[in-house]
Design a protein around this ligand. Structure first.
Ligand SMILES: O=C(O)CCC(=O)C(=O)O
Ligand SMILES: [Fe+2]
Length: 323
């Protein structure tokens, strides 16, 4: 059976919100949220900023290069590096990095260009032609982190736990631009992967589709088409580990279906600042024995990247039964 459609969850619903979210994480590993608290106006402003940042001259983007930390600075178009797609940038709480990935697809040999810009750098950019990106990005991140906080509280409640889940966790903001052309129709532009996150909040392009998910039951790809006014949320590997295997770390990919530019903006909720993730003891019992050893999230991402295990397999290396 192919799943008939991922749920759209109203974040302002009064009763049953926590249960709906937990159910969606277990059954689909993804869902959409509406009434999510990120205003349509802010979303429009953010999209304009993203587009302006991508339109910056190459020379300006190159100034953000960070030769010491691959993946945290400019990556030229000629540096094709599939690994970078899954490389994760750790954002300290007040030192926010923005990673742009411009994805070009064959027949071009240049796959994408990546740039990381710090907020400080964005201040410098205010001297350039586009408007107050820092203010808008700051407001956007605040709104999306508020939403994330609410999701975390509902996950805690839905599992019968107490406290805050994502308080102080590291996040990464990644902006993707896909140059879809007539020649690229039918091609895979972002390869199949799970996210190495607890969860990802993804405003996908409302006009240009392309995102596909692997159905939990059938194992087949199914479309995850945009629904205007909603934001997509998906569970990653760390979410599966924290839930003691209950949540589905859904594999996904992006295909080109039409010759239009496509944007998406992903907030990756990576892991706690103390770095260790383990399932709360309440989620472990005789019917649900502990599946994973405590996971150091930085080590996890390192193993995942260096071994190229991008579709959830890296978790097997942290299994309580692996030798
Ligand atoms: O562009 C999209 O819709 C998905 C992007 C994605 O999966 C990612 O950045 O991890
Ligand atoms: Fe992803």
């Amino acid at each position: 059976m192919v799943m008939s459609g991922t749920p759209v969850i109203d974040m302002q619903m009064v009763d049953g919100l926590a249960d709906e979210i937990v159910k969606a994480c277990v059954e689909f590993g993804c869902f959409r949220v509406v009434n999510h608290g990120v205003s349509a106006e802010l979303m429009t402003e953010m999209k304009a900023v993203v587009s302006s940042l991508f339109d910056l001259p190459e020379e300006i983007k190159r100034r953000t290069a960070n030769p010491n930390e691959h993946g945290k600075g400019y990556i030229g178009r000629n540096h094709i590096d599939q690994l970078h797609f899954s490389r994760v940038l750790v954002l300290m709480k007040f030192r926010i990095l923005i990673n742009f990935l411009i994805v070009l697809v064959p027949p071009f040999t240049k796959v994408y260009l990546g740039v990381t810009v710090t907020f400080t750098y964005c201040h410098k950019l205010t001297n350039h032609s586009f408007v107050r990106p820092t203010d808008i990005i700051n407001r956007y991140i605040k709104a999306i982190r508020d939403l994330n906080g609410l999701l975390g509280r509902k996950l805690i409640e839905g599992n019968g736990l107490n406290g805050d889940l994502f308080d102080g966790w590291c996040c990464q903001l990644r902006m993707n631009k896909y140059h879809f052309s007539a020649e690229s129709i039918g091609l895979t532009c972002a390869p199949i992967h799970s996210d190495p996150t607890f969860l990802t909040i993804l405003p996908d392009d409302e006009c240009v589709n392309g995102l596909q998910l692997v159905d939990k039951i059938s194992g087949e790809f199914v479309p995850f088409d945009p629904v205007p006014g909603t934001l997509a949320v998906n569970i990653g590997d760390i979410g599966k580990a924290w839930s003691n295997g209950r949540y589905y770390n859904v594999n996904h990919r992006v295909l080109c279906f039409e010759p239009n530019t496509r944007y998406s903006i992903a907030l990756f909720v990576l892991g706690p600042n103390n770095k260790i993730v383990e399932a709360p003891s309440k989620l472990v019992d005789s019917e649900h024995p502990r599946l994973y050893v405590p996971i150091d999230v930085e080590k996890f991402r390192h193993v995942r990247n260096t071994m190229g295990l991008r579709t959830g397999d890296a978790l097997d290396l942290f299994s309580t039964t692996s030798t």
